[in-house]
Design a protein around this ligand. Sequence first.
Ligand code: TEU
Ligand code: CA
Length: 540
Amino acid sequence: TADKDWWRGAVIYQIYPRSFQDTNGDGIGDLKGITARLPHVAALGADAIWISPFFTSPMRDFGYDVSNYTDVDPIFGTLKDFDALIAEAHRLGLRVMIDLVLSHTSDQHRWFVESRSSRSNAKADWYVWADSRPDGTPPNNWLSIFGGSAWAWDPTRLQYYLHNFLTSQPDLNLHNPQVQEALLAVERFWLERGVDGFRLDTINFYFHDRELRDNPALAPERRNASTAPAVNPYNYQEHIYDKNRPENLDFLKRFRAVMEEFPAIAAVGEVGDSQRGLEIAGEYTSGGDKVQMCYAFEFLAPDPLTPERVAEVLRDFQKVAPEGWACWAFANHDVVRHVSRWGSDVADHAGHAKLLASLLMSLRGSVCIYQGEELALPEAELAYEDLQDPYGIQFWPDFKGRDGCRTPMVWESLPDGGFSSTKPWLPIPEAHLPQAVAIQEGDPASVLEHYRRFLHFRKAYPAFAKGDIEFVETRAPLLGFIRTHGNERLFCLFNMGDEPAAAESPSDEIEPLDGHGFISDLRDNKISLPAWGAFFARLA
Ligand code: TEU
Ligand code: CA
């Protein structure tokens, strides 16, 4: 495990602990459940797991509101359970990345309890406090992603505090050096406990403008599909002052310096910004002294996934950050499951899912796979009464929230999905049961076996993980590119459409590869692909 570069091109499997596996019959997944199911992740061929937050929390945002950074919430288990999880992961050859939410805490965190108690306590400046404007309104026009002003009134301090997310998620003031020290101590705590890295939640929200200047409105011509849901006015501001501040670079360097005290640690920063995401991701991952990877939102947005869009995003990133490293994902716990987002009208559900999986795992960058993605689970349709996500409850029915991608894993085709012995915290859709792990396992035509096969294939050719990428002239719905690493040149061609398609071979000297599960035909320099087909070859 000394390979310092393991993260470059790694495939990271994201686990949402509430919904992975329940072991004590309370309907909520737990750390013991993760440990029990790690063989599934290892068999898939992933390099690492990223576990969404399991720290002590009142769970207003299901763990993204932390009230104690250095303990496990009793719902999920104990620190001892976590130690056992790490040991088992390492035994199976999996690295463990944990999700640190450093931009804000829960309002139940003792730091905030103290900070809000007066204007003169020792932690008075640990959060972002400001006086109202003379008319009593909030200090400026900053908005919360979850709706309304980003400022909440505190009746004790008679001041507003900043919250980019829920009012129960007050923003820490990282301009205060003591806050930085406290967060670096959290980092060290988990490194000493044996984690291999971090997913850093909302990494570009760490610092705000100290002068509290108003954000400008987003010019109408710059509004696009990825600024949806249009119902949320947050998407119509230019986020210059509430986040993305230059002071962040120095903090990230300090964070990295602590990582460097331990062997082979890697971090992926989540850059939430639908306007300048790639640029910021590039900035944070260049120079070798901040984070290694940034998690980009480009393919998590509602925009349709077309060959042009894929090429444009990858080229743009290359252009703004030739030295940077992205981590791509099609799915996570915040967005509509991608097979539904992009394929609601697709007849061949499995074919579509397999093509997308292989495309994702062939791009230059690292990759995150979200639990259930390997089963091609569609978005769950939930009734308003079943909703748990405060974001969904707030914007229903224009935006249905994030519960539809957070329903429990389906391990077996039983009514409880093999997830729990009792009623789960979110219902398991009946339609998910025929896609359970136990049903797909061993069926070479299944999506699950395709993920396993493709990950295995991908490992045999280092160009997939580490190579450069160069796009080849192709006509939609085809997408073609060449991945180059040393003397290895791999040509990858994808048919992103539901009709057969054909393309010219980019070279006479081409050696088709197999073992990836797709069937195609190469004759007289012409490559013919079936609907949702792909072709891989080595070029001389
Ligand atoms: O998400 C940050 C973020 O910007 C996204 O939340 C996104 O805008 C939103 O979920 C709408 O889809 C991270 C976590 O992934 C998310 O679960 C948390 O709610 C959020 O931070 C606050 O900690
Ligand atoms: Ca449980």
